[in-house]
Design a protein around this ligand. Sequence first.
Ligand code: EPU
Length: 444
Amino acid sequence: MLCASLFWYIVDFIYRLGEVFLRMEQIVINGRRPLQGKVQISGAKNAAVAIIPAALAANGICIIDNLPNIEDVVSLRKAITNLGAKCKLHDAHTMEIDARNITLFKIGKDEARFMRASYYLLGVLLGRFGEAEVPVPGGCDLNVGGRTIDYHLKGFEALGAETYQDDEVIRVKADKLVGADIYLDSPSVGATINIMMAAVFAEGNTIIDNAAKEPHVVDTANFLNKLGARIKGAGTDTLRIAGVRELGGGEYTVIPDPIETGTYMIAAAITGGDITVENVIPRHMESLTHKLKDMNCKVEEDLDFIRVWADAPLKASVVRTSGYPGFPTDLQPQISTLLCTVKGKSKITETIFDNRFRYVEELNKLGANFKVEGRAATTDGSCLFRGGEVSATDLRAGAALVLAGLAADGEVRIGNIRHLDRGYEAFEEKFRALGADIRRVGHN
Ligand code: EPU
């Protein structure tokens, strides 16, 4: 794990050098414009990156709609094509996947370089074919010493698989999977989905206790059920899965992205603007909606839109991340960025990842006044962001820097933006349509 972390540190370092010497791509923002208008939210990244691998469970054709047009989806498409699946794009957001003739159960290092979700190929290939090998996954570096997947492997072992992991690869193999009672030490999203995908094909019944309840867990279960799986309880902390021999094809529409939704809601608040996010599920946004209302933002919602505006001074607050329906860790950097502009002392506690305040150093370069102690960050508030050059340390850190740029007095240049491209569809275009002065410069 330490080796994997060192690897990502070196990759990141090389990118930063590249930015300086090769003028790699940067986002340039001239802020202090209240953003106004409507924005269409794309399909959920974290649902899409589970549902695309889940389509490999089908002995039939799957058509998946409302996929976000982001780098993680492009990488997954390449990876499953190399396994022998036929992937056809009907349009930028609709993919047809035919996995009837998969010939390979192993993906190469290059195909999973920056992507975390490659680990879902373990569960689905183990379930359907009895074996899989993936490189140790990439993605955002949010834990000291790396993001382990021990719960996933423990779950596969409970179903009867043999597992192997070193610094480079993870391998799983089983002659036969048999249902089991599995308890997750904490409600991991990835482990819940991965074990569920394998258990779909296990003989008999599987129970996953202390399961994650996130909307993308439910979305993946709904998709698998549409193909013929028998999963009950998704969205609660106990999943019950009755094994089946085979799944067929089917059509499915991915849910809207709650984190993209939240990022634009916070953009309305931080710029003193008025934004309506459309094609959303307001129920998925309740922790943020309530927090913004507590802070004195105005929020109005209907079936599939939320309008957020801020026409009075906002109030400081306290945020503590937790699993759904608690406040999502993936919106922690964004809400922290907002809180440091608000008068008064705020405190943000991160309970999911132990290294998710790396963005603070970058925000402080733009004038923020965060102090981090362990898993908590405090700010005295009233910060007026200023111009400067910063670098995105991970995906949501990149979103936080964009928000700071939108509120800043002076030009903000953000590097290492490959992270943003992994998870936000057309974010400059969407922000520009809301009135932001934001552009991409350099080349990749
Ligand atoms: N954990 C373990 N062992 C495991 C699995 C998890 O110790 O086997 C720990 C992790 O190290 C972490 C915590 O449990 O400290 C939570 O991890 P979880 O498994 O829930 O996260 P994940 O599946 O790796 C997904 C999302 C993340 C999101 C988290 C939490 C995907 C592809 N990623 O990660 O999304 O932050 O759930 O909700 O779905 C993002 O979109 O920016 C992002 C990082």
